[in-house]
Design a protein around this ligand. Sequence first.
Ligand SMILES: CC(C)(COP(=O)(O)OP(=O)(O)OC[C@H]1O[C@@H](n2cnc3c(N)ncnc32)[C@H](O)[C@@H]1OP(=O)(O)O)[C@@H](O)C(=O)NCCC(=O)NCCS
Length: 259
Amino acid sequence: MSFPDINGKLTEKLIKSVIIPPKSKIVLSDKSYQIKILGINYLDQIMELHQLIIDRLIRKDTLEPFTTEFMKEHLGNKGFIIGADYGKKLIAFRNVYFPDINEKEWNLGIDLGFDESILHKVANLQMVCVHPVYRGNSLALIMNGNAIRIIKSLGKYDHICATVSPYNYWNLRILFDSGFVVKKLTTKYNGKLRYIVHRNLKETQRFDPVCHESVVLTDFTKQYELLNKGWYGTGLIINNESAGPNSYEKMLFVFCKQT
Ligand SMILES: CC(C)(COP(=O)(O)OP(=O)(O)OC[C@H]1O[C@@H](n2cnc3c(N)ncnc32)[C@H](O)[C@@H]1OP(=O)(O)O)[C@@H](O)C(=O)NCCC(=O)NCCS
């Protein structure tokens, strides 16, 4: 089976995107920043950081920009935003959104074929941004951990979903480390290639330890085939024998079969 040709466009071509490290990094100690749930008073700082990150993206299609209005909805009863404050400056944020059952774009339970009766139990990890000079401090992983803990404590949600671009190696790896598995490869947000990742808060997913397969991160046809057979993407490994330094072709995507 080949990857679907949605809107008559060609499927994404293989690319060799180079990973460009930020020019300088700031190493944070645990006590130097504060993780908190942000109030509406942070909206301007959130939008500023959001814009800075969009401006500096190597691949613009890896992040779906939000309008100020939509961002504001996350700060109210449709979600929450966790932020990292460093000396009164917002250096990172992570959005959580509680989609309505009929919000086709945002309720990822619909994409995963969930029964309508459980769509109200789906929460989204929506957008995560870390200022480039503060990357490498695991802020996204820390904020995910806090977000998941808060979602669990609300007692209303059994499923957490997110989308991630296959070209966003960093975020994909962090989502695996946060307990997610890749369940679907599709197009979202007007034709952008996305994995849909899922974490079941009620059940731990178990995988057959002997039945696994590694696929190059950009071999979407093979990945699509495995996902359609019911396999899940569970991790990434770097294959040092593969071609080219710092390219996506060095990375292998591990697929496992559920037991
Ligand atoms: C995804 C993201 C939030 C991760 O940031 P983070 O929590 O700081 O990442 P980590 O601490 O796990 O970084 C691990 C390593 O990867 C590097 N890294 C992380 N993101 C990177 C990026 N976008 N470009 C280059 N290197 C990156 C870090 O510098 C670090 O390197 P080191 O081990 O040499 O120190 C961040 O890359 C980001 O803000 N990206 C842009 C927004 C985005 O794409 N969000 C996801 C879609 S909504």
